[in-house]
Write a protein that binds this ligand. Sequence first.
Ligand code: ADP
Ligand code: ADP
Ligand code: MG
Length: 666
Amino acid sequence: MTLMFKKILIANRGEIACRVAATARRMAIQTVAVYSDADAEAKHVGFCDESVHIGGSAPKDSYLRWEKIIEAAKATGAEAIHPGYGFLSENEDFARACTEAGLVFIGPPASAIKAMGLKAESKRLMEKAGVPLVPGYHGADQNPVMLKHEADRIGYPVLIKASAGGGGKGMRAVEKSGDFAAALASCKREAINSFGNDTVLVEKYAQRPRHIEIQVFGDMHGNYVYLFERDCSVQRRHQKVLEEAPAPGLSPEMRQQMGLAAVAAARAVNYVGAGTVEFIVEQRADGSMNFFFMEMNTRLQVEHPVTEAITGLDLVEWQLRVASGQPLPLAQEQLKINGHAIEARICAENPDNNFLPTTGTLQVYDKPVCTAFERGMVRIDDGVRQGDTISPFYDSMVAKLIVHGQTREEALARLDEALAQTRIVGLATNVQFLRYVVRSPSFAQADLDTALIPREEAVLFKQEPVGLPMAAASAIAQTLLSEKAAEGRDPFSRRDGWQTHGVTQRPFEFEFRGEPAKAALTYGHDGALQLTVGDVSGLLVFARGAQGIDIQFAGQRLTAAVYTQGEVDHVFTARGATQITAIDLLAHAGESHAEGGRLTAPMPGKILSFSVKAGDKVSKGQPLAVMEAMKMEHTIAAPADGVVEELMYAPGDQVTEGSELLKIAV
Ligand code: ADP
Ligand code: ADP
Ligand code: MG
């Protein structure tokens, strides 16, 4: 029996560092974190038993400095290094350096990383191993004329890929022969800039392609298994957005064929540990499916939790066992698929702005509440806490949300609900977008291919889940409830000053989706609230409930959790989330309500003081009066230079909305 490690160093950050540390802790293995300047306070640092600072915020100054990381492992007495994904995980020099320093690299041998490192070379190797390849050219000759000739022979559309590419970069789809030369030049430019290597390969662009990958595992004793597949077809910019297991519609025969092909690929390079063999699956018009090898990722994958969910296994535990020399815990025939799992990558990005990454502070970061029944069916892997910052130094993934159900339908419903309960304020994220994808006809019906997002464009982008009337009703209900809380008693009975004419109006102004909007609330004799938002009118009824404010207005009903940040109300509902900005009418009273020398009260309230008297000369912006409304004082300023003609009220007077307070001759 081989001894398990006592201490490991985790050469990564964020969610994957926390993920690895969680399993290590469960296995009574000590953990050492490394961190950059930007991560001094990061979650993964506190999550590990020890931590070592390794340099500046940019990855090249810290997480990619492998001499420094090896030094940290030696200094802390760690026996092995887990590289996570990204950073040094697929760096053969690092893997070799670990071994040379007497440390175990928790991953495959350097030779296997090298063999699978370049797409073109790995394809030549796979061809020999009998793994099916997409028809294409992956030779060493890079003469542009020859490459174009090959593309013409393959037939369009073709895909030009940087051999050293990754993360969706360095790829160009070409529709027709005439476009080839320009696409090749631009692909090579991107490849040299991003990967320092401009070798490309050309392959057939598969029809209605699906990305289906196989999780494989090998040990040091020559055993191999496949832990089934993950469908990662839902992509933007060739990058994964949603991943699920098993792949909908995959027959048991094809699953087995793909599994065996993946094991053959791993065996061909003497693979050890966790790896993923990615296939492109072509869906022909006649319904047939063909799979072709794309590449092998020689590390743990971001989306490994969906495999864990359907197999009930801990893949990090398997990695640690295998790296310490133990045999694979289970044989192929002992592995079974249970239910269906989906992962959603929650990213700091703006889907409506071409998925541009965003940065900022997680002012609110609420995660789904799981009932006891759901424990194990909703999982969140993250490396951040409320108050943490998403900085520009690292990738934009905030968290992974993984759900498990007995069926795909059950998993889908659970995912939608969990996304609705994921509330992030402080920066733009794709949470709402993910909900649209989950509910889109294509995804709901498992009509999957890599063009799903562009195909469903009409229901995915620039949507408004909560219209202006309910957004305004939510903001107003929130305002009234917080006023009531501030006063400690019913605001409606208290504001007798408003009731002089029996009914009183209170105006609101908002900005919603870049447009100004007006609303007015009328207080009836009976305490009933009549609300008008634009051309929608009706009774407004609301009460604070367990999940937020339960609101009824103009035939609609919803529960809104409202988070106020300055003037912006972030409204979260089961339908989706939106934002509405309240414009403080009193703050702008001077400018907006002065017409022809008249200054009117923008809302009901009490005059506290006048700072001028009749006959005084005033200049623009000078304070004239102070009003109290909503438990706040508001100063009313002169809209222009002029002379005060008359004060219409005295301090202490109650005024209704629209009352003329003083006259100014301009
Ligand atoms: P996967 O199929 O596992 O998602 P990707 O190619 O998308 O593979 O990359 C895996 C992850 O590695 C990315 O999501 C990203 O978070 C991380 N990553 C890769 N390179 C870097 C890097 N240089 N800096 C930070 N994170 C990185
Ligand atoms: P990366 O290293 O960036 O992950 P891959 O070779 O794995 O690059 O391809 C990334 C994505 O590009 C795939 O998931 C798929 O969406 C698309 N793709 C790759 N090869 C093909 C192909 N031959 N036909 C159609 N789409 C492809
Ligand atoms: Mg890939």
